[in-house]
Design a protein around this ligand. Structure first.
Ligand SMILES: [Zn+2]
Ligand SMILES: [Zn+2]
Length: 297
């Protein structure tokens, strides 16, 4: 198999485009696609100071590598932040890798734990707090971002993640989350960006491997989202027979969105305790913290 763009041996067949790619051309096409996505959604401006949420898993490690490679071209500063939720046997490996990667790339790195910030670890809560974990992670990222003055938070979410969440909210008939995946009633600060939005998980893995990055899975042992897993499998099965279906779901969502935003009738105000966006007087994170501290008493 020869590369569609040069005489080198192709290492990847991109089914949805019908192109065969060598190592050099795969990396070039991948990076150009991400740069186009950044431009299309106006994710990044010159002089942005960007917090990169680095778990040490394959997606966020690849994202850090990419942003570091293009930071001068994009005119940005980046700083990596890793959160230790306190899940032993799971987080240790990825944190260790996050440390070595930031050292290798010479990127400033902050590690912050649930214990330091909130006084408890997820393990202490005996696993019934899966949804809380994401809420607290977001909360910590917002806190750190304010402290170190970054104006954007970049996460490693890829095309597969986005399409899974679109279908998950559709199937569960969760119109608010369906709309709010993209449309926010109030502008969030710091703004959240997903530069890998239009590259598939498979291509992110290949990008990581070709650039000598470790491919660590980022699946928490407490995760218990059977439906999402089924959706992921279902989409991959269709994609296999009908390449390009992931893009088509994404495009359909984007076409639909402007026509349905008025259906999101929820309120948005600021949390009385921390100032984060909230649908009631206090945000979900603060509400849960109060609950947990009561439980501990
Ligand atoms: Zn080539
Ligand atoms: Zn709050």
């Amino acid at each position: 198999m020869i590369c569609s763009y040069c005489a080198n041996k192709a290492i990847y067949f991109q089914r949805y485009s019908g192109k065969k790619l060598c190592k050099k051309h795969f990396i070039e096409k991948f990076e150009n696609k991400v740069l186009r996505t950044i431009k299309k959604y106006r994710m990044i401006n010159r002089n942005d100071k960007i917090l990169v949420a680095l778990s040490g898993g394959k997606d966020s490690s690849s994202l850090l590598y990419f942003l570091n490679k293009y930071k001068d071209l994009l005119g940005i500063d980046i700083i990596a932040v890793t959160i230790d939720e306190g899940i032993r046997g799971y987080r240790d490996k990825t944190i260790k890798y996050a440390k070595s990667l930031t050292k290798r790339l010479n990127v400033e790195h902050i590690i912050v734990s649930f214990k330091d910030r909130f006084g408890f670890e997820i393990d202490e809560l005996h696993g019934n707090y899966c949804d809380f974990c994401g809420v607290f992670r977001r909360k910590i990222l917002n806190m750190i971002s304010k402290e170190i003055n970054t104006n954007k938070i970049a996460t490693g979410h890829n095309l597969d993640d986005e399409v899974q969440v679109i279908l998950l909210n559709f199937i569960r008939s969760n119109i608010h989350n369906f709309i709010r995946l993209r449309y926010k009633k109030v502008d969030l600060f710091p703004k959240r960006i997903k530069p890998f939005l239009e590259v598939s998980e498979k291509e992110v893995v290949l990008y990581a491997i070709l650039n000598g990055l470790k491919v660590l899975e980022d699946e928490c042992p407490y995760v218990n989202n059977v439906l999402r897993y089924k959706i992921a499998r279902f989409i991959n099965e269709i994609e296999d027979k009908d390449p390009g279906i992931k893009y088509s779901i994404l495009r359909m969502y984007e076409k639909l969105l402007p026509h349905i935003i008025h259906l999101d009738r929820g309120n948005v105000s600021k949390c009385k305790i921390c100032g984060d966006p909230a649908s009631r007087d206090i945000c979900k994170g603060c509400e849960l913290l109060i609950k947990i501290n009561k439980l501990k008493l």
